[in-house]
Design a binder for this molecule. Structure first.
Ligand code: APR
Length: 466
């Protein structure tokens, strides 16, 4: 009977952990303790806890913030190991009281907004990791403290849960062998309970995920204060200047293909054949067919929530925002941005290959060599695009704004193409944030990563203080 009841609670605990990011230890440990005693409960709960945490971390692996995981996870593992070793030796009711107080403290920090004012430095992060892992090892429950400690890191909403879960796996890996070595008798005695609750938390985890998936994207981000309430927007103070660099990733959800992702443009074409001065000399019709296809597609796509959010930011900040894009599509403008610096040119403009006639709006599609329009000077009309081997535009303005900015944000760029990929290394004086679903090549130069898709992260990325 007790096993059945425990399995039912485990089902709920698995679902709660799917939504909230933690909860298995909090729900199961007191229940098991009522039957087995605290010491044995901690050991037995560690089995379903480990299984469910591994499952969740695996499902969320794309959103794990590896920098935070390393900073926080290593310390947590050390704490977890120390706590597990102590677990076998110390047995004091006073510990339960201390632990309870810490949980209340963690909850209060979140509820009062105190946590939002905190930013952990490297040393505090280590300490927070050791404390939360230590409690994990000692009293079997670390989720609440871990979450409170993780609040201090600037991670996106998705990354908060994913990284917290991955830290949970790391702590489990450290403490589980110690538990099993010292408490294998407890597990052996309670094996039906361990088995039934393991199966139940796994089922609960999957059920919880299904519930989450049913909630529409934007709403999903607000579900569960525990899961999502803690991630801080970037606060923009009245004297801040913001430099935003966007790449193909920001337009991906509008249906514009990126270059280097799976299925990206450079899988289908060689850039040397379609996007270089040599290609233009060799086969201008092929170059124009490539850009005509891009133009035809650009006519069919609309800006997404990330473009719109940046236009709103421009309205709030005026010229304290410098929006620089590597994209040649017109989606920032269509989203409402007025001052966009297209460092790689613009798809819907053309210019003369020979004379200084300024670039002009041109939506025409050119399919054959004969169809390519001519300038009055006799030169052929070429796309107003910066090809590989050519110098990007507006580099002086960009240099000035890089020097002046206090916040630097890159959204959806693989960090593979210079000079844009090197901008982040020129703004050591600024807060540097990367937004995108995976690490870019230049990831190490950023202070923070907000993992997620542009439309999920950008709309709530900034908070402007007046
Ligand atoms: N939201 C945010 N980022 C995304 C999304 C999304 N929904 N989808 C993909 N990304 C990210 C990918 O993870 C990748 O890091 O967008 C990036 C796209 O990388 P690239 O295709 O290399 O595009 P980009 O960095 O803009 O390319 C730079 O290279 O070919 C030249 O001139 C071209 O301007 C381009 C330059």
């Amino acid at each position: 009977m007790f096993v059945l009841a425990a399995a039912a609670v485990a089902l709920v605990a698995g679902a709660v952990a799917s939504v909230a990011g933690f909860g298995i230890g909090s729900l199961l440990t007191p229940l098991f303790a009522s039957r087995l005693g605290v010491q044995a409960a901690v050991v037995v709960v560690s089995v379903p806890h480990f299984a469910a945490t591994v499952l969740r971390a695996w499902r969320l692996r794309a959103s794990i913030d590896r920098t935070v995981l390393v900073r926080f996870g290593v310390a947590s593992a050390a704490g977890g190991l120390a706590g597990a070793l102590l677990h076998g030796r110390i047995h004091s009711p006073a510990l339960g009281v201390v632990f309870g107080c810490l949980l209340v403290f963690a909850g209060l920090m979140g509820a009062t907004g105190l946590s939002k004012k905190m930013r952990f430095g490297r040393r505090t992060a280590w300490l927070a990791g050791v404390v939360s892992g230590g409690f994990g090892g000692l009293v079997g429950n670390q989720g609440g403290i871990r979450s409170a400690a993780l609040l201090g890191f600037d991670v996106s909403r998705e990354a908060f849960v994913a990284t917290g879960t991955a830290v949970g796996v790391v702590v489990d890996l450290a403490r589980l062998p110690v538990y099993l070595a010292t408490g294998w008798r407890d597990v052996a005695r309670a094996w039906p309970l361990a088995l039934a609750t393991t199966a139940s938390v796994l089922a609960g985890t999957l059920a919880g995920e299904k519930v989450l998936r049913r909630i529409p994207g934007a709403r999903r981000l607000h579900v569960g204060a525990l899961r999502f309430g803690f991630v801080k927007p970037i606060e923009i103070a009245p004297d801040d200047r913001v430099f935003v660099l966007t790449g193909a990733g920001i337009s991906a959800e509008s249906g514009v293909r990126t270059f280097r992702d799976a299925g990206g443009l450079w899988e289908q074409y060689r850039f040397e054949d379609v996007a270089s001065p040599e290609a233009w000399v060799r086969d201008p019709a092929l170059v124009w067919r490539f850009y005509s296809a891009r133009r035809a597609q650009a006519k069919t796509v609309s800006p997404n929530a990330a473009h719109v959010a940046l236009a709103e930011l421009e309205r709030a900040l005026g010229d304290r925002l410098f929006l620089c894009t590597q994209n040649v599509d017109p989606l920032h403008e269509r989203g409402g941005s007025r001052r966009v610096v297209h460092m790689h040119g613009e798809l819907m403009k053309s210019r003369c290959e020979r004379c200084d006639r300024p670039p002009f709006e041109d939506e025409a599609l050119y399919e054959t060599a004969d169809a390519i329009a001519r300038c009055a000077c006799g030169g052929r009309i070429r796309p107003h695009i910066v090809w590989f081997g050519e110098v990007p535009m507006f580099l002086d303005d960009i240099a000035r704004e890089l020097a002046a900015c206090t916040v630097f944000v890159t959204i959806g760029s693989s960090g593979a193409v210079y000079p844009a990929a090197g901008f982040v290394s020129r703004v050591r004086h600024a807060r540097r944030v990367y937004v995108g679903p995976e690490e870019p090549d230049n990831a190490r130069a950023f202070d923070e990563h907000r993992f997620g898709k542009a439309t999920e992260v950008v709309p709530t990325l900034f908070s402007v203080r007046s």
